[in-house]
Design a protein around this ligand. Structure first.
Ligand SMILES: NC(=O)c1ccc[n+]([C@@H]2O[C@H](COP(=O)([O-])OP(=O)(O)OC[C@H]3O[C@@H](n4cnc5c(N)ncnc54)[C@H](OP(=O)(O)O)[C@@H]3O)[C@@H](O)[C@H]2O)c1
Length: 378
């Protein structure tokens, strides 16, 4: 009883001392990072070949979410051409099969047929995430690489909620990939050493997460798609920091976040037509999807990343590697280093995705974990 009273007092004092938003210096620094990336990404990445050469990857099984367009489709294709077994985790199965057919045709005569398949996954439905994970785990196959690539930035659109009750950016960019990563831990352990690669964004530098209002419905902050996008990307970095720290060394699972750069993809599909036109007029500044997938491929294959993750796990800081668009390690935002908030974001995320708080530890032990989602019969 006394303990309960104390914890509610701590909770009350946390709420009183709680940060309400980014400080203006952090805000300005964040925007400098974004403009710097926009203006100089090509210069900074000028040392990188395009496409990024990959070693033979015949020993790898990879899941790439959102691989029907943009960065994800290039990532999936190049991993498959390097010999990996690639699973395209997509909501549009027909589009994935058409791409597979096209890639097989274009690849024919250059080696063995590509080892690539498609599985259905709709991140706007947590039931679908559980269903996908269950059918993947049921194969009892090792998983070496999970690339959480799928994402949305519904620019200028009004606030929308999924059938699970969560704001769209929050669900697609943060909650659903977090649930997927946790539920696939048993397969990732089987594939050790393995990696979780999160396609994040330079925009997280101007993001702010209010863990008491992740859905942005309290009225304390006005919702815009910009707020939805930037805070979902920051939440992903914070969650990844804690995930890496909590995964014991023996699991040999690395966790990495990355920025692909500013890339000409369908992410701009919701922009007004004239902005899309301007967007396409500045090809010097903007990467093609092939250029934009280099930091994903680097994060997926660089042999030094596991060692780096091990050092971070055992060090004082609670942070996971963040790879910049030029395939170099960089620091995530100052707010991403806020360990207190990151821990609360971790707990809130686990609650929102319907898992028990000790789900990760139990999954590592090989126990069955019940999720609130995925129990509905079709
Ligand atoms: N482009 C940039 O400048 C940029 C910059 C920074 C970060 N990023 C990040 O890069 C990642 C890839 O984006 P992109 O630029 O390649 O955009 P894109 O061309 O729009 O690709 C996004 C992919 O995500 C999939 N997706 C969207 N909602 C989904 C859902 N509910 N369930 C399953 N899949 C879903 C899309 O599937 P459908 O084809 O079925 O819609 C598509 O395959 C995102 O995480 C994005 O935030 C992009």
């Amino acid at each position: 009883m006394k303990k309960k009273k104390m914890s509610s007092e701590t909770e009350l004092s946390r709420r009183k001392t709680k940060k309400e938003g980014l400080g203006w210096i952090e805000w300005i620094r964040g925007w400098i990072c974004i403009f710097h990336e926009f203006l100089f990404q090509r210069l900074m990445a000028s040392h990188l070949p395009n496409p990024l050469p990959l070693p033979p990857l015949n020993h790898l099984t990879c899941i790439v979410t959102g691989s029907t367009s943009g960065i994800g489709s290039q990532t999936a294709r190049q991993l498959a051409e390097a010999g990996a077994h690639v699973v395209m985790a997509v909501r549009n199965i027909k589009a994935a099969h058409e791409l597979i057919h096209q890639w097989q045709n274009e690849w024919s005569g250059q080696g063995l047929p590509l080892n690539i398949e498609a599985m259905e996954l709709d991140l706007l439905s947590l039931d679908s995430v559980v269903k996908f994970s269950n059918s993947w785990n049921a194969r009892l196959s090792p998983l070496h690489l999970l690339i959480n690539n799928a994402g949305i930035f519904a620019m200028g659109e009004e606030q929308k909620f999924s059938k699970d009750g969560y704001e769209h950016h929050l669900q697609v960019n943060h909650l659903a990939p977090s649930l997927l990563s946790l539920l696939l831990v048993p397969s990732l352990i089987r594939g050790f050493p393995s990696r979780i690669v999160n396609v994040n964004s330079v925009m997280h530098y101007v993001g702010f997460v209010d863990p008491d209002d992740m859905n942005v419905v309290s009225g304390r902050r006005k919702f815009t798609s910009f707020v939805g996008y930037t805070s979902s990307k920051l939440a992903q970095v914070m969650f990844s920091n804690i995930l890496l720290k909590r995964l014991p060394l023996e699991t040999r699972i690395s966790v990495v976040c990355l920025s692909p750069g500013i890339v000409l993809t369908n992410v701009a599909r919701d922009l007004p037509r004239y902005v899309q036109f301007l967007y396409a007029l500045i090809p010097y500044f903007i990467f093609s999807p092939q250029e934009g997938c280099r930091s994903s491929l680097f994060s997926a294959t660089d042999p030094q990343i596991p060692e780096h993750c091990e050092k971070l796990k055992t060090g004082d800081k609670t942070i996971c590697p963040f790879i910049a668009q030029e395939c170099k390690h960089t620091k995530p935002s100052e707010e991403a280093h806020n360990v207190e908030t990151a821990n609360i974001v971790w707990e809130k995320t686990i609650e929102l995705i319907g898992l028990p708080l000790d789900a990760l530890e139990r999954l590592i032990e090989g126990e069955e974990v019940q999720c609130r989602y995925g129990t509905h019969q079709e």
